[in-house]
Design a protein around this ligand. Structure first.
Ligand code: CTP
Ligand code: CA
Length: 224
């Protein structure tokens, strides 16, 4: 299927997507991050653009080319991602949070490299919680249709449903990791108020196209 034959069911809509990991610096040469290639989020951005949407992609540090026609904003930390996403969100009809946002960041940032020399004991770091971008967007008075992701190592359905409720979003997409991280294929399960449905295992672009279709149907059903 080439882009030409993709149904343009997102024409006239703006989609905001987060993708990739975030990186939380400890000092100028090191930091903490999550495992995420960004491939799923970038594939969704491409599929949404092909479906006629105007797409804004907010990306953490990844090594991926920008999909054609997509407006990309690069960030490093969760706080930077939050600061870009929150003011943009009300101008979009859909928000898809695929990013593997670091849940915590070091409570203080050292402006010089922490040296091993002279430190007899290993340093310890106090962490502080990052803002929850998806939950914050879902709380906006003029909120877009919000889609969360849940990458879990176990009890996928239970955790996905718990996130649906806790973040108060209409759709959560689950996948089991870390087996699929960085791979070109994936298996997704859609969890909403009605129940759950598996999308058959496929490459990430095919899954992204199927997912974009599912989201378009839900959005159009909601506004019909
Ligand atoms: N998310 C977010 N901002 C955060 C943490 C998560 O926007 N600070 C989004 C993710 O992009 C994803 C969804 O929330 O769409 C679920 O992320 P996940 O890490 O699975 O959930 P958490 O609420 O952080 O719970 P936990 O990591 O403990 O499972
Ligand atoms: Ca998390």
């Amino acid at each position: 299927l080439t882009a030409f034959f993709v149904p343009k069911n997102f024409r006239g809509h703006r989609l905001l997507i987060t993708a990739g990991p975030t990186f939380e610096p400890i000092d100028p040469v090191r930091g903490i991050t999550n495992l995420s290639s960004g491939k799923m989020g970038f594939a969704i951005a491409r599929a949404a653009q092909e479906a006629g949407a105007e797409v804004t992609l907010v990306a953490g540090p990844v090594h991926l080319p920008t999909p054609r026609g997509v407006q990309r904003i690069d960030v490093q930390t969760a706080q930077q991602m939050y600061d870009v996403v929150l003011p943009q969100a009300p101008q979009h009809s859909v928000f898809i949070a695929t990013a593997a946002v670091a849940d915590w960041r070091p409570a203080s940032l050292s402006d010089q490299k922490i040296k091993k020399n002279g430190n007899k004991v290993a340093p310890t770091f106090e962490l502080t919680e990052n803002p929850d971008i998806l939950a914050a967007v879902a709380r906006l008075p003029k909120r877009p249709y919000c889609v969360g992701f849940a990458a879990e190592s176990h009890d996928l359905l239970k955790h996905a449903r718990e996130k649906l409720e806790r973040k108060n979003v209409p759709l959560v997409v689950g996948n089991l990791g870390p087996a699929t991280f960085g791979r070109d294929d994936n298996q997704l399960v859609l969890v909403d108020a009605q129940g759950h449905r598996e999308l058959p295992r496929a490459d990430k672009l095919s899954l992204a196209r199927a997912l974009v279709n599912e989201i378009a149907q839900r959005l159009h059903a909601k506004s019909a």
